[in-house]
Design a protein around this ligand. Sequence first.
Ligand code: CA
Length: 469
Amino acid sequence: MSVANSRRVRGLSPRIQTPHPAQSPSGRFRHLLPQGEKEERTKPKVTTHPNDPSLRSFIDVDPASDFPIQNLPYGVFSTAAYPAPRVGIAIGNYVLDLWALEQDCRLDVGPLGVFSAPSLNSFMALGPKVWAKTRARISELLRHDHPELRDNEELRKQALVPMRDARLHLPFTVSGYTDFYSSKEHATNVGVMFRGKDNALQPNWLHMPIAYNGRASTVVVSGTKVKRPRGQLKPPNVEVPSFAPCKRLDFELEMGVVVGQPSPMGGMLTEQQAEEMIFGFVLLNDWSARDIQQWEYVPLGPFLAKAFATSISPWVVTREALEPFRLNGPEQSPAPLDYLRQSRPQNYDLELDVSLRAAGTNAADTISRTNFKYMYWSSVQQLTHHASSGCAMNVGDLLGSGTISGPEKNQRGSLLEISWNGTEPVELPGGAKRSFLEDGDSLVMRGWCQGNGYRVGFGEVEGTILAAE
Ligand code: CA
């Protein structure tokens, strides 16, 4: 069977057409490959680390692109020609089809078909050594001075999909979703609004990362429309609650940690163990119904006000790709208890931008510019704390960082703070005024780490508000 034919067969449904484990779809059996060929093709000979800023790809990548060869974020995509969702990575304006490479024996992660899955969970379950080896091999295949893919027109045609032709899906099956509350600036702003300056932070806040258990069932990928939720509303000035569409719909700018390894029930995690469990990060919008929240949250915290939708970006940027951008977070005082102490920098210099396109307008305007580096509690501390009671963590768990606000007024990560609970509506350059989101509004979050001459970016997470029915 020719390569082209095998491609057509797999296009019908890669998951149903899974070949024999020892057989590539082109009919070649791996153990019968000419001696040395498999070794040569699948073992990275790379001496340069995939994060090396001097690396270049044979694919042209604009310096302002989020997806240079130093990034290589994982996602799940499909195309009109081959509609089965499968795993790819973003490079410039292309998606590199990892299932095509796996079938052609160019990429060997162990069990065949890992990249034919419609989620990253099977790949993540293989662990950090496989993650690193795979990233190094993909980097090698994309290098400008490596001929294997560069000079193979047939393979390039199969494996490189223009980004505009790719439909991006939820990149992993979300096992559990937990949302933290770890920006001191955000917690202080909200505390001042509702409890006054003297009691802004609750007594526990400086001692542990505060969180609630959210819903995995309504985590959706960027581009999914979000219907305005209904709920019980009881503004302070009325006697009895009513059931109606939310009137104070908000966003929350967050990063999401994607947990790639499990931890046992009853166990605890060291800093290093927690770090090694983190596969990567996504942008996260924790949509919030402030009026529903205000009435329901006593005494157990948010429930339905946060459960109707959580949007994430389609590309998971690996923890390894963020290594060059590590830095120390804010000083923690009082010193955390022993199990939460960190021996090395666990924050990232990651710039964030939120823009709003008001309903009926074409232009999106920036309403917040901040940075992930301000977070008081790091993702590693959140994960360590999460497991500390003996709570088991699973492959595919998603941890929201909590709203990311910075010290300045233009660095606030929610409309609740930007409009100061509706008392200071934001006026957009086009003339529209907003205290909270209106039907037809579209919200876009972007994030990137700026390197010297390149950026490791996340793309975007977008959501448009639909009217309640
Ligand atoms: Ca939140």
